[in-house]
Design a protein around this ligand. Structure first.
Ligand code: 9MR
Length: 367
């Protein structure tokens, strides 16, 4: 009996969801709509999440399973299990499948850039290792991945290069090298540089400079990824829009909004705030919506997310894809960052898998 009930429940869920128009079709001809997935969606454990995902989204991005430390815990030793399942999941369900990310200083295989004594390896050795890793991963999924985030977060907010181990060994040359290796492994694949806080002028300046350098050298780059981890009080949307236009006008490249979420919680910027959160009397301030969001705050969140989406739609000639960073609010990394243990509401579907109200005007075809 129990065996029958689970498929029955899944059928009921799927048929309910099927009555609702699909969100992705509301943006046909404008941009691709995707969502990040984790193990629970990839393996089918999140039945409701998968039902929403397959109904409303046309593309997927792996939230964690393709990062170097996940796919290659020790340099040269691969664990393909979840990445293979991810690509199969996307392909089987007719979704566009994206790759995230090949070279990143975080979630990095611990010995990627170091020798046995723990010293940074030589430039030649690092170039060889980068080529080996990128070629191995990109070739494995050749023809099945539509586009890769080749390099992630190489620029600091002040526009300087991040002093990652890659940079310390190769300087900024590690970036063109990564793109070249990726292109050689799958010449048809789209390639992106991806970063957060692209509304900061100094940061955008360096990203544009990087794109131009790649273009001048004839190295493929298709778009700049604006991650889109935003809040109720940042960024200024006019500035964000101007930056999308600058990318298009100055480089001809598109922008992909790769990791969209908007925290509803007070913005935490300083480590002092994080320390404060441990004081019981400050917890209600930093984590105000543990038992739900008041109507006016919800309305403000929906109004701002609607403004964000309208701005992307106004610039649909320059925005190639919008990828929301998770399916429902419960999935979001924002519940645990920068302060663990908060309850956030940053995504397009709530914890009961209901679509947020701001989306109804698009889905009803009035927009
Ligand atoms: O959402 C991801 C979270 O589950 C991981 O714990 C975290 C670890 O660094 O990475 C998160 O995803 C990041 C993405 O890969 C790159 N841009 C920033 C994202 C949020 O940290």
């Amino acid at each position: 009996m129990k065996n029958l009930l689970i498929p029955l429940a899944a059928c009921i869920l799927l048929s309910c969801a099927a009555k609702e128009p699909a969100l992705k079709t509301a943006f046909d001809g404008k941009f691709i709509l995707g969502a990040a997935v984790n193990t629970v969606q990839i393996t089918g454990a999140d039945v409701k999440g998968d039902s929403v995902l397959l109904r409303h989204f046309g593309a997927v991005e792996p939230e964690n399973c393709m990062k170097s430390a996940e796919i290659m815990p020790v340099f040269g030793q691969y664990n393909w299990d979840m990445a293979d399942k991810y690509v199969d999941f996307g392909t089987r369900n007719g979704l566009l499948v994206y790759g995230h990310c090949l070279i990143w200083h975080s979630q990095l295989t611990p010995d990627f850039c170091y020798d046995k004594e723990g010293n940074l390896i030589s430039p030649e050795e690092l170039k060889a290792r980068m080529k080996q890793h990128i070629t191995t991963v990109v070739s494995r999924y050749k023809g099945r991945i539509k586009g890769w985030d080749v390099v992630n977060e190489a620029i600091l907010d002040n526009g300087e290069w991040r002093p990652s181990p890659f940079y310390q060994i190769l300087g900024e040359e590690f970036i063109p090298w990564a793109f070249q290796c990726a292109h050689e492994a799958d010449p048809d694949c789209e390639l992106y540089y991806n970063d957060y806080s692209m509304h900061i002028p100094a940061k955008l300046e360096t990203a544009i400079k990087l794109a131009k350098t790649l273009q001048e050298r004839g190295i493929r780059i298709d778009a700049l990824g604006f991650q889109g981890h935003i809040g109720m009080d940042y960024p200024n949307l006019d500035l964000y829009e101007r930056h999308i236009r600058r990318v298009k006008d100055e480089t001809g490249l598109d922008v992909c909004i790769t990791e969209l979420d908007m925290s509803i919680l007070p913005t935490v910027t300083m480590s002092a705030d994080i320390a404060e959160m441990s004081r019981v009397e400050r917890q209600a301030f930093f984590n105000p919506y543990e038992n739900g969001v008041p109507e006016d705050v919800n309305a403000a969140w929906n109004a701002r997310m609607g403004d964000v989406l309208d701005m992307f739609l106004r610039n649909a000639d320059a925005v190639r894809r919008i990828n929301v960073w998770g399916v429902s609010d419960d999935d979001s990394w924002k519940n645990g960052w920068p302060i663990p243990g908060r309850k956030d509401y940053p995504l397009w579907f709530d914890r009961s898998f209901n679509m947020k109200p701001f989306l109804s005007k698009y889905i009803n075809g009035t927009k």
